[in-house]
Design a binder for this molecule. Structure first.
Ligand code: BGC
Ligand code: CA
Length: 328
């Protein structure tokens, strides 16, 4: 009896050891840890991993593709069973796909979309993200709805919307499509949008604030009827500049509608304080959860149909955007 018990104990102990050894190690590179949206994304991945019995290691690629490539080499050498990559340069990822293929491990790209042919070059390469045209359209609609409810927002009564556009990083799919589709949404709502000023502010609040200050100096805040920013950080930079010029501080005569994308906590605060019109939820939680579930499932040889998210064309997980305005 005693012997049986000890044997059973040995069996249980060895079973649990197997479980430890089986813990799927995932290596993840983030283009920079210095990005408010990617912080939400990282947190979502870190929260989900232990629930799957996966061990996630996050690396800060410090906005340098060479650094990131070296991190990928280190992860593979350390024996990770899956990679989750937020590329520094989404056009420069074929080499790491080839490395993942050589190691026979899945590579899940997030937030910065590689070209379809790069994903097609390896059957275990995937992309988890959101469709940027959706967020562009929705942010344009927020401005259109505002003009619909506030005809006086057309300050110079010319029937057109004189707007400022603050763009994200050059070449980023979100910068390209959000800029285009936000303007298209205004046109589709029957307005005539006119870009009186626009610039790339690289997703950064400080850059956007400086640019917006310069625009206010050269154009005059009274001649700006709306601000479309490709993300919340830049929208908040614009809000800072406006507030420094006594705009968006509660006086309805001195208000310019500003919209962003992401729904970061600081933007929601600004929106609830009446400093920002609205934003679009970029669902970092679901993108992060989907990314680790997909990586873990493929690494463990499980069917990707089990992850709880639809995998389109066996390659893409698309998480929807959602409009956010005050009181909703
Ligand atoms: C977000 C930005 C972020 C960028 C990073 C975008 O989807 O909206 O806030 O800076 O991704 O790649
Ligand atoms: Ca006008």
């Amino acid at each position: 009896m005693r012997k049986v018990f000890i044997l059973a104990l040995v069996f249980i102990v060895s079973l649990s050891c197997c479980a430890c050894a089986d813990e799927v190690k995932i290596g993840s590179c983030i283009y920079t840890f210095n990005d408010a949206f990617m912080l939400r994304f990282r947190n979502a991945m870190a929260d989900e991993s232990p629930k799957l019995g996966a061990e996630l290691t996050l690396a800060d690629s410090k906005n340098d593709q060479t650094t990131q490539d070296a991190q990928v080499d280190e992860f593979i050498a350390a024996g990770v069973k899956a990679l989750i990559i937020n590329p520094v340069n989404r056009m420069d990822v074929q080499t790491m796909v080839d490395k993942a293929r050589a190691a026979d491990i899945p590579i899940v790209f997030i937030n910065r979309e590689p070209m379809p042919e790069v994903l097609a070059s390896y059957h275990k390469a995937y992309y988890v993200g959101a469709k940027p045209e959706e967020s562009g359209t929705q942010s344009g609609q927020l401005i259109a709805d505002y003009f619909h409810e506030h005809p006086e927002a057309d300050k110079n009564h010319d029937g057109k919307i004189q707007f400022v556009m603050l763009r994200g990083e050059n070449g980023h799919q979100d910068m390209i499509a959000r800029s285009r589709y936000s303007v298209l949404a205004l046109k589709n709502a029957g307005y005539e949008p006119v870009e009186i000023a626009g610039a790339i502010a690289n997703w950064e609040k400080l850059q956007a604030m400086n640019i917006m200050n310069a625009f206010i100096m050269s154009i005059g805040a009274e001649n700006i009827e709306a601000v479309l920013a490709n993300n919340d950080e830049m929208a908040l930079g614009a809000v800072e500049a406006l507030k420094a010029n006594d705009y968006n501080k509660g006086n309805p005569e001195m208000y310019i509608p500003v919209v962003g994308v992401d729904a970061n906590a600081s933007a929601l605060d600004a929106m609830n304080a009446g400093e920002m019109l609205g934003t679009v939820l970029n669902d970092a939680d679901n993108q992060g959860i989907a990314a680790v579930r997909l990586a873990e499932a493929v690494a463990s040889g499980r069917d990707i149909g089990t992850i709880g998210y639809e995998v389109t064309d066996g390659k893409y997980v698309w998480i929807p955007y959602q409009k956010i305005t005050k009181g909703e």
